[in-house]
Each structure stands twice: as structure tokens, then as C-alpha cells.
Design a protein around this ligand. Structure first.
Ligand code: FEO
Length: 177
């Protein structure tokens, strides 16, 4: 049985993961519009992963005999200043999500909820990967700057990312290589 503060916090995290899915879908649409299909494909694969993240917590709440209470999903931005700015926003978002996961771990410890803490450890590891992957691409984008051919090269590379949502028990390999 889940204690109320844990149930509430996990429902908030489900909402945050679904918002992440929504935001990455919005970024995918933006990149399509910008003529960068590889970036768009990468963002779509990322959106799938976020859906998987939400469902992990959703299933956990149900397994613990808790209530999943879905809330409205905030409207994501639809425009960014540049292809690089969108990826920087993605990186910042992942840092924010990592902070939310850390807060959840702290709450689970305070409530002596070992099962929730154990479930959250998957997310702790996943966030290390999520931040590192986004940071890597942001670095590459900084390096190419406004260079069109450089951007197209990264676009080709990102287009090779395979969707890997829901197929593993360990944090997924979300590197674009
Ligand atoms: Fe589910 Fe990208 O954090």
C-alpha cells in the first residue's frame, strides 16, 4: 500500500514524464519543419522513451494498490530560436527531471518506502544517461555553430537512433550512435 505523500508525488512524476513525451513530440515537429528529419526522428524516439518512463511509474502505482490520478498536461513550447537552442532546452529539461527524481528518492527514504526507493533507482541511472546523451549532442551543436554541412552531418547521425522504449529492464541505450 502506498502512503499518500508517495502516491501524490508518483502521480506528479507520471505527469512530468508525460509532459516530457509531449515536449519531445513538439520538438520533433519543430525539427521536421526546419528540414532536419534526423533530429525529428531522434526526438520521436525520445518521446517514446518518455512514454515508457511514465508507464513504469503508472504500473508501479497500480502494483502497490495505489491510485493513478491523471492530471492535465501543460502545453509545451512550439518554437525555438535555433536547432541548437531546442537541444539546449532538452538538456535543461533532463537536468530538471533528474532533480525531481532525487527529490522523490529523498521522500521515499523519509517515508521508509524501500520498494519505491528501489523502483526509483532505475530512474536515477537512466537520468545519468539522459543528461549525458543530451549534453553530448549540445556540445556537437556548439562545435558546428551555424555551419550548414556540420548540422546536416549531425542530422544524419541522429537519424540512426533506434526507438528502444519498453524493450529493456536496464536503462536503455539512448545514444544516437
Ligand atoms: Fe523521463 Fe527524460 O526523463
Amino acid at each position: 500500500m502506498l502512503k499518500d505523500p508517495i502516491q501524490e508525488a508518483l502521480n506528479e512524476q507520471i505527469n512530468a514524464e508525460l509532459y516530457s513525451e509531449y515536449m519531445y513530440l513538439s520538438m520533433a515537429a519543430y525539427y521536421e519543419e526546419e528540414g532536419l528529419p534526423g533530429f525529428a526522428a531522434w526526438m520521436r524516439a525520445q518521446a517514446d522513451e518518455e512514454h515508457d518512463h511514465a508507464m513504469r511509474i503508472y504500473d508501479f502505482v497500480l502494483d502497490r494498490d495505489g491510485r493513478v490520478l491523471l492530471d492535465g498536461i501543460e502545453e509545451p513550447p512550439t518554437e525555438w530560436e535555433s536547432p541548437a537552442a531546442a537541444f539546449e532546452a532538452a538538456y535543461d529539461h533532463e537536468v530538471e527531471i533528474s532533480g525531481m527524481i532525487d527529490d522523490l528518492v529523498e521522500l521515499a527514504r523519509a517515508e521508509n518506502d524501500n520498494a519505491t526507493e528501489n523502483m526509483l533507482q532505475w530512474f536515477v541511472a537512466e537520468q545519468v544517461e539522459e543528461e549525458a546523451t543530451a549534453a553530448d549532442i549540445v556540445d556537437k551543436l556548439r562545435y558546428v555553430g551555424d555551419d550548414g554541412p556540420g548540422l546536416l552531418m549531425i542530422d544524419r547521425e541522429l537519424g540512426q537512433r533506434r526507438g528502444d522504449a519498453g524493450t529493456d529492464d536496464a536503462p536503455s541505450g539512448s545514444t544516437p550512435e
